[in-house]
Ligand binder design. Structure first.
Ligand code: AMP
Length: 415
């Protein structure tokens, strides 16, 4: 079912959102992007005359009640964002009465789903090596179904708007969908937007397509790099990965980040790029520091010749030029992972050059998708989030979708 076509009047809707918002030590929300992201879906249901049961996880309480991760802390912020009162159910698995009492236009927020181990469906307190693990896992899967069934019993219709957890087969993100008919389950607006953005990147490619993969390690990005290799015209690999490549090519990389067990992988990526006709763009120079800090001494050097005691922390000036040239003419752009240790102001220039080039290309008609934890923090730091086509709320979910994996949260609804 499509959310736009559904009439929520008189219905109770249970909506999985991702309200895993960052809190300061006093429990104040420091970034409410995720709450704002879910508002179109939540408001549509209320405006239609439906009642709303909101469920989410927060943090990693590991299946135990922990006040530090209580969603009661965000109840008032949700009420303010929705412009209406919000009731709170302090036990998400015992909220039938509160849900039944809801009138059209009323809102009930359930306590953190992950206070129950059934949400994630992983057995607790037993090691994977333990011979009894498989039996415990099987038992937990049964308990997960019961938990999902309880949540489903609160409502007439299920909406999943939590893209950030769509790559997890949890009770509230996937299993619950089994307890609703096809006409009574759907993706929310945020999920629809995210899925469409990935689709733009994967199937509706306007060329040239430039992907920029940065961040710290090759190992965490290898799946997506391999998948992209079949699709992109230009592949920029930057950030900490640079030095594993430089080392693999015989360079001296000083104290730079390097995955010694991935040198073969780096060489293989270079070989594959050549075979597939992909223009692999690697940094040639870097801003090196003599300590991992914002106020260390810096110097520009070749990535192949970094002195002992120094480490590559950002893309150098020549590299920034090369990256910019590969981005500017692009008509499809994906950016995941910063080009340097952007958290330190001294080492933002590489990421900034990439962001600026993406903004320019977008002005010239490119579709640009920025996503995956740190790139979002990076584009926000530069104040440029509104200047690109789409900033994804998903970290792991986005990467898995781009790797071509089917997200359980989407599959549970779309089949
Ligand atoms: P990831 O989570 O893999 O996307 O990595 C993001 C992190 O990579 C950020 O915290 C950056 O500070 C870090 N990073 C980027 N470039 C470098 C570098 N040259 N050396 C060490 N860390 C880096």
């Amino acid at each position: 079912m499509n959310i736009d076509d559904y009439k929520f009047a008189g219905k109770k809707a249970i909506v999985r959102v991702d309200f895993n918002v960052p809190l300061d030590e006093n429990g104040n929300i420091t970034d409410d992007t995720r709450i704002r992201g879910a508002l179109p879906t939540l408001k549509k249901i209320l405006n239609d005359g439906g009642s709303l049961i909101i469920m989410s996880h927060m943090g990693k309480p590991k299946g135990k009640v922990n006040p530090k991760f209580s969603l009661s802390q965000i109840k008032d912020a949700v009420a303010k964002a929705l412009g209406t009162d919000v009731k709170f159910a302090p036990d998400c698995a015992n909220a039938a009465e509160a849900a039944a009492a809801l009138k059209p236009g009323e809102v009930l927020l359930l306590e953190n789903l992950r206070f129950y181990p059934e949400e994630e469906g992983k057995p607790v307190g037993i090691d994977k090596e333990d011979p009894a693990y498989d039996a415990a896992k099987k038992e937990m899967k049964e308990r997960q179904k019961e938990f999902a069934k309880t949540l489903a019993s609160y409502a007439d219709v299920y909406v999943n708007d939590a893209f950030g957890t769509a790559h997890r087969k949890h009770a509230s993100t996937a299993v619950i969908a089994d307890y609703f008919d096809k006409e009574d389950k759907m993706l929310g607006y945020l999920m629809e937007k995210e899925v469409k953005a990935v689709d733009n990147i994967l199937s509706d490619i306007k060329r040239p397509f430039t992907a920029i993969m940065g961040g710290s390690k090759v190992s965490t990005k290898i799946g997506i790099i391999e998948n992209l290799m079949d699709k992109v015209d230009n592949l920029i690999l930057c950030g900490g990965m640079t030095y594993t490549f430089a080392k693999a090519m015989g360079g001296n990389i000083g104290e730079s980040l390097c995955e010694l067990d991935k040198l073969d992988v780096a060489l293989d990526i270079m070989k594959k790029a050549k075979e597939k006709g992909v223009n692999l763009v690697l940094g040639v120079d870097c801003v090196a520091g003599d300590a991992f800090s914002n106020d260390c001494n810096t110097q520009i050097c070749s990535v192949m010749d970094i002195p002992a005691g120094w480490e590559g922390m950002d893309a150098g000036p020549e590299t920034r030029k090369i990256f910019t040239e590969a981005i500017l003419p692009a008509k499809t752009i994906l950016w995941n992972g910063p080009a340097g240790v952007f958290e330190f102001d001294t080492f933002t220039a590489g990421s900034r050059a990439i962001a600026d080039a993406i903004v320019k290309a977008t002005e010239n008609g490119a579709f640009s998708l920025v996503g995956g934890g740190d790139s979002v923090a990076c584009i926000n730091k530069f104040g440029l989030a509104d200047e690109v086509s789409y900033v994804s709320t998903g970290g792991g979910a986005l990467l898995e979708a781009i790797e071509g994996k089917v997200l359980p949260g989407v599959a549970a609804i779309k089949g």
